[in-house]
Design a protein around this ligand. Sequence first.
Ligand SMILES: Cc1cc2nc3c(=O)[nH]c(=O)nc-3n(C[C@H](O)[C@H](O)[C@H](O)COP(=O)(O)OP(=O)(O)OC[C@H]3O[C@@H](n4cnc5c(N)ncnc54)[C@H](O)[C@@H]3O)c2cc1C
Length: 419
Amino acid sequence: MAPYSTEMLPAVVIYCAGSDDVISAVNFARSRDLLVAVRAGGHNVAGSSVCDGGVVIDLSRMKRIEVDPARRIARAEAGLSLGEFDAATQSHGLATTMGVNADTGIAGLTLGGGFGKLGRKYGLTCDNLTSVEIVTADGRLLRASATENADLFWGVRGGGGNFGIVTTFEYRLHPVGPMLLAGSVLHAYDHARDAMRFYRAFSSKASDELSLDAALVTAPSGERFFNISACYIGPVDDGERAVKPLRDYGTPVEDRIGPIPYVQLQSAGDANFPRGRRYYWKAQFMREITDQAIDMLLAAYATAPTGSLLVLQQVGGAIARVPIAETPYVNRDALYDCFPISIWDDPGDDAAHIRWARDLWDAMRPFSTGGVYANNLGDEGTDRVQAAYGENYPRLVALKSKYDPTNFFRLNQNIRPTL
Ligand SMILES: Cc1cc2nc3c(=O)[nH]c(=O)nc-3n(C[C@H](O)[C@H](O)[C@H](O)COP(=O)(O)OP(=O)(O)OC[C@H]3O[C@@H](n4cnc5c(N)ncnc54)[C@H](O)[C@@H]3O)c2cc1C
């Protein structure tokens, strides 16, 4: 079990074994007017899954999962990590969109939207949600789907933990792998400007099967590189053909593209984000990567502290074809999520690392859509929560006032019950 922070001490942590425990925990906290935090995977960098002096409703022991391979459906409890979910579904050759770090919780990820390698082919995680069981602020256990409590079902597909505690998620699955073609090519920093232009052209023409992320990175030696990572959702041979232009481009200093089991790919980033280090990032969406944006990114990365990355995560594809009104998630027309990530260890370096990421974010603002992924928000205030939900925000406020009029669930990217 991951330890709780020593800087924040809840009055009580309630480890739930199922929905009945969650109902009791909600009723207990409400009757005593206690602050409530909800913890599933405990992975959110905003730290909203813990609170000082209040109640933490901890779902991390709720790990049942049933996979129905014939109907291609998985029913999963809220305490599962992505790694546990992927392992269970891949044992049937199936998967649905999940993130890129195996110890992220499925709960927080799904409720905020959910990006991952399958996103361009099959949509966001929340686009693959078919129903939930949810405990509301008044202690009722409701089922929400397209046909039952449809308004609530709309809200949980991107609106975060604002409307209740989801105890079980039901997902649509797709045949995936088990072997896929994936990996990355690394270019010397001297060639980064041209390689970024190539990335822009290649990624903008990519099919839904091909997902291309990019990053400016620094090796432990201090040497900088431009990295392009690719993943093809389909037969490995088709993937080889699809990524050939990437492998043929320029003179990469390293080419690590090859067949890899999907489950292994899903935990390939884990080593970069161990628990216990210090992290800060600040994200915004982009519709295109202009030449000016490339120049700005390179100039800003020149001052990056060691250990910092600048990530461009490709979205689009199937994500973009879901109508905006269908779920709370509005950033459907974005093609890249752009975010600087600072990683460090010494608390004495906090200010320098946070400043660098914020300065880079500010510099990139003119190139952004103004939108942001709710799961990439820290404690950034109501304006940024509104930016995450855009035109869907008023509908979320109305839903919040129906299901949680006292804002009982408020340690989240909070939607207040009144405008
Ligand atoms: C290293 C790293 C990599 C990441 N990669 C990705 C990625 O590839 N794709 C992506 O989409 N996101 C990614 N994220 C963001 C991730 O989706 C969010 O941090 C998400 O909130 C984590 O969910 P959790 O259950 O682990 O979080 P927790 O910290 O347990 O919960 C976060 C918040 O979600 C709400 N919540 C959680 N469970 C429930 C529930 N059952 N019912 C109601 N509310 C609930 C609560 O408000 C809680 O405060 C990444 C984050 C990190 C730190």
